[in-house]
Write a protein that binds this ligand. Structure first.
Ligand code: PLP
Length: 377
């Protein structure tokens, strides 16, 4: 949503070119909503969603922990004031020398999903805690994470036994139900799998302590999404159902749900045209597209709310495209996007819900366009 603070900022600063404005008050509210909805779970903010130093500093000061995917992200979290004990190296695909660098920085919590990765960690971070990621089906997620991360639960058992044999601390199980997960009960199957891994390992004398329930908490785009409260209730019910009165230590890793609705991109209409006189839909070209930060429009997966100053006028379905000379740079074409008939070249548009996965997806200078500027207010 476009908060009054964001409106005031844009009205007074009038930044030129496309830019993202993030309202830290919204991030703070989101953090408190997660804290309140899931009071027994530690919050590990997924840094990749928006690594702006101001965002990281705010979350560090509120007591957040951090899920990092690289040594660079670990360093950013440390610079923002987090201690190493509050950082997880959550990527299952790491170079051994990066594991060693993280270990030297004091990181003691690592994700794995294979025997090979366990071997790297046993050599480069001896004695560290590891958790094994299990696959989920991603059903119900608008930005699913596919089969790239995780292994089947039976293999997770073997991986964690192997970690134990190599002198690591087999600490828990993780999963990610898929990003922008709009079903509140999507965690249930994965928690059942996690419980089975706990039971199998306990039979071998290895007592896991932690379930990392990942991210997936949605942000509101065009459709309403359930509240953090609703997710908290459903997840707690599943934890109770599967773990009874022995609920392990739990972690959540919100990325999109922490920052998505805190950001708005201001953009400008560069051209409105048709491909032929009897073309039904107008083409609206903005000064931002897939390469300027809106990569999640890939396959039209994420459909951002777009506001103009003419939204009370009659609307007509349009194609929306970006400004670069790449034909992939079309945001919405299969599902046309309603925009005001009166929309004009030079008009400003606000693309809402863009606080997550935008600045870091923007190209450095494709076609000479600047990377997406961000103002954190
Ligand atoms: C990306 C990622 C997250 C954040 O996911 P969201 O859907 O944005 O909440 C959390 N955990 C891991 C391991 C991730 O890779």
């Amino acid at each position: 949503m476009t908060t009054q603070r964001i409106r005031d900022f844009l009205a007074t600063r009038r930044p030129d070119g496309p830019c993202l404005v993030v309202d830290l008050d919204v991030v703070r509210d989101n953090f408190h909503a997660f804290r309140h909805a899931m009071p027994d779970s530690a919050i590990y903010y997924a840094v990749k969603a928006n690594p702006a130093p101001e965002v990281l500093r705010l979350l560090a000061s509120l007591g957040s922990n951090f899920d990092c995917a690289s040594v660079a992200e670990i360093e950013m979290a440390l610079d923002a004031g987090a201690t190493a004990a509050r950082i997880s190296y959550g990527n299952t695909i790491k170079k051994e020398r990066d594991v060693a660098r993280a270990h030297a920085l004091g990181i003691n919590l690592f994700a794995v999903d294979s025997h090979e990765e366990v071997e790297k960690i046993s050599r480069a971070a001896p004695g560290a805690r590891v958790f094994c990621r299990v696959l989920t089906d991603g059903e119900g997620a608008e930005w699913p994470l596919s089969r790239k991360f995780g292994c089947v639960p039976q293999m997770a058992v073997d991986v964690l036994v192997y970690a134990h044999q190599l002198g690591l601390e087999s600490y828990g199980v993780s999963f990610h139900v898929g990003s922008q997960m709009t079903k509140v009960d999507a965690w249930d199957d994965a928690l059942a799998d996690a419980k089975r891994v706990f039971v199998s390992l306990a039979k071998q004398g290895i007592h896991l302590q932690m379930v990392n329930m990942g991210g997936g908490f949605p942000t509101k785009y065009l459709r309403d999404v359930p509240t953090a409260e609703a997710y908290g209730k459903a997840i707690f019910a599943s934890l109770r159902a599967h773990f009874g009165n022995q609920i392990p230590h739990t972690i959540i890793e919100p990325g999109r749900g922490m920052v998505g609705n805190a950001g708005v991109i201001k953009a400008e209409v560069v051209l409105i045209s048709k491909k032929s006189d009897n073309d039904a839909a107008r083409w609206v070209f903005l000064d931002i597209g897939k390469f300027g930060g809106l990569a999640e429009t890939m396959d039209e997966a994420i459909r951002y709310p777009i506001r103009t100053e003419r939204d009370s006028d009659e609307m007509e379905p349009c194609v929306i495209a970006g400004p670069t000379c790449d034909s992939a740079d079309v945001l919405y074409e299969k599902n046309l996007y309603p925009l005001p008939v009166s929309l004009t070249i030079g008009d400003e548009v606000l693309i809402e819900g863009t606080g997550a996965y935008t600045t870091t997806y923007s190209a450095v200078a494709f076609n000479g366009f600047d990377p997406l500027k961000a103002y954190i207010i």
